[in-house]
Design a protein around this ligand. Structure first.
Ligand SMILES: Nc1ncnc2c1ncn2[C@@H]1O[C@H](COP(=O)(O)OP(=O)(O)OP(=O)(O)O)[C@@H](O)[C@H]1O
Ligand SMILES: [Mg+2]
Length: 552
């Protein structure tokens, strides 16, 4: 709660603002209160929201006057005049009951939409992109609920497929705007004429309108439905917000990427969703990290835990974590609890399977998929892009296109400046599960191992250890690529990473011995190297190797 002095200071600012620049005040006010508060009592009552009603009666009189002024100014600032136009909201659903976090994103989204309104009145199109299940649709639902008073109308178009878009426009025209969708002969009007009629209606009733195209595939599939060629008076052009897993949009679209939850938000979500769970903070953190702060995956985990709790009261997050280690697939494919407010049909597993299918049909899809299958067995961070040149037969152009395709669907994040990629561990889990199901794991690992011969570079050594760990489960791979096991230790030796070398050999050597026999050339070679490492390590220890890279 603000103290009296700061209230008056704020109030003074508001009055100054009123005199100087009306639209600035509106911005200031919207930033002063949480978006939800704006939604609950509206921008005109915003002063009440921040505790002004507790001031003396004289002050409240002034405030009432300011509120009145704001009421009048509000329509000018937002380009609307509510009294004369009926508001309507078409198929805008509420966000999920346990909507959590995203405060910063909501404000950013609003600011970007407002910027577009002020500076680019003819191209107010924003695409919100991000990995499937990351929360794009929910964020836009929350945006619509929070900022609904800024718009005279909000229209929600289900853009999953062409027929769902047509269907949405048809219902909007017929049921809400009173536009006939049947022609004089009793036949169905062509969708383009329905779309034209809808925009014509909006043109003539030029209150501020937000159109959401939810879950769109790409620009091509949407182009004919967008209000691009409209000649609507400046400031009244519909604001378009697209959600899509695809982040490649033409220049007339401003793209915002939505990332996974922040750690705090993910933790808060779990605490709200499972208030009676007795699991300690460490395991809560572990679950959040295992599921990579991904909202859909965490919601699935919560739903699964709640379902299990019905039968077994002692089922907790800790039990889930134990199960995850062995039955990842069932858990990632388990359907979300039916909740009237949560209409999300797909699971994380299915959502990404759809994305893989979309990639597969692209011109560079086959190469992208091959790279993606390899990446599933790398460490999740600092993956050198150039390592995949072998897959593209040395072509940097093809490599660029193939990686770009993966990044377009947020499956990987490109860090081009440093030539690295990163991927979510959760996505890696799903790719690995799918490969195993399709018997493609050995082929994928064998491609990975091919990338490592004849030599392992220092930037690849940790990835090589990770790949080798996965490969050790397959004797055929160990037999064929036993030289890789030695290349890893060689590289660690060169890097003077003696302790890491010994740690690696503790598991790698017995596996080699088991599969190849004690007399195999590569087993003997590794024994020799381990002995060398131990000597060097001890010597190094005496002359202070602890300070060296990977020191003991
Ligand atoms: N902020 C949030 N708070 C609570 N739950 C959330 C939030 N965001 C997403 N979720 C959960 O994740 C599910 C999937 O979210 P959403 O439908 O918004 O994903 P999306 O990014 O639109 O996915 P897709 O690309 O498949 O359309 C929701 O149904 C909800 O259960
Ligand atoms: Mg969506």
């Amino acid at each position: 709660m603000l103290n009296l002095k700061s209230k008056l200071f704020f109030f003074q600012n508001v009055l100054n603002g009123l005199l100087n620049n009306t639209s600035n005040i509106y911005d200031k006010l919207s930033k002063c209160a949480r978006p939800v508060e704006v939604q609950e009592s509206g921008s005109n009552d915003i002063l009440n929201n921040i505790g002004f009603l507790q001031l003396s009666s004289r002050q409240t009189d002034i405030i009432a006057a300011v509120n009145e002024m704001l009421k009048k100014l509000g329509s000018k600032v937002t380009g609307t005049d509510r009294e004369t136009r009926p508001d309507f909201f078409f198929e805008v659903k509420s966000p999920v009951r346990l909507f959590t976090g995203r405060n910063k994103e909501l404000i950013e989204l609003h600011e970007r939409l407002e910027q577009r309104t002020r500076h680019f009145p003819d191209s107010q199109i924003i695409a919100l992109s991000g990995l499937g299940g990351i929360g794009k649709t929910e964020l836009v639902r929350m945006y619509a609920a929070t900022y609904r008073k800024n718009y005279n109308s909000i229209i929600w178009i289900n853009s999953e497929r062409d027929d769902t878009i047509c269907d949405s426009f048809d219902r909007l025209a017929k049921d809400v705007l009173g536009i006939p969708t049947i022609d004089a002969n009793g036949g169905k009007k062509h969708v383009s004429s329905i779309v034209d009629a809808v925009y014509k209606y909006l043109e003539n009733n030029s209150g501020k309108c937000l159109i959401v195209f939810d879950d769109a595939k790409d620009a091509e599939s949407l182009y004919k439905y967008l209000p691009l060629g409209l000649h609507i008076p400046c400031g009244s052009h519909p604001v378009v917000l697209i959600t899509s897993p695809n982040k490649d949009w033409p220049t007339w679209t401003d793209v915002i990427i939505l990332n996974e939850w922040k750690m705090n938000d993910a933790m808060e979500f779990l605490k709200r969703a499972l208030p009676s769970d007795t699991t300690g903070i460490d395991q809560l953190t572990q679950l959040v990290e295992t599921l990579q702060r991904h909202p859909l995956a965490l919601q699935q985990a919560v739903s699964y835990i709640l379902r299990r709790k019905v039968r077994n009261h002692s089922y907790t997050i800790a039990s889930y974590l134990q199960a995850y280690a062995t039955i990842k697939k069932q858990l990632l494919s388990s359907e979300i609890c039916s909740d009237v407010l949560n209409d999300y049909k797909k699971t994380a597993f299915l959502t990404w399977k759809d994305t893989f299918n979309a990639i597969a049909v692209d011109e560079y899809g086959a190469v992208s998929i091959k790279i993606m299958h390899c990446i599933a067995y790398f460490l999740a961070e600092k993956i050198p892009i150039k390592i995949f040149l072998k897959i593209t037969n040395g072509s940097e152009d093809i490599l660029y296109e193939a990686i770009h395709l993966l990044a377009k669907f947020s499956l990987v994040v490109e860090e081009y400046k440093i030539g690295h990629l990163r991927i979510s561990k959760l996505v890696q889990d799903v790719i690995q599960i799918q490969l195993k199901d399709d018997f493609g794991d050995v082929a994928a690992l064998s491609t990975c191992l091919e990338l490592l011969v004849p030599e392992i570079t220092p930037d690849m050594v940790e990835h090589a250890r990770c790949i080798w760990k996965h490969s050790e489960k397959y004797p055929t791979l160990v037999e064929k690529y036993s030289c890789v096991a030695n290349q890893i230790i060689e590289c660690l030796l060169e890097q003077r990473m003696y302790q890491t070398g010994v740690k690696y050999a503790v598991t790698a050597l017995p596996t080699l011995e088991n599969i190849l026999g004690k007399e195999h050339r590569d087993v003997l070679e590794m024994e020799k190297k381990v002995a060398r490492i131990r000597v060097l390590g001890i010597k190094g220890g005496h002359c202070g190797i602890a300070n060296q890279h990977g020191g003991m």
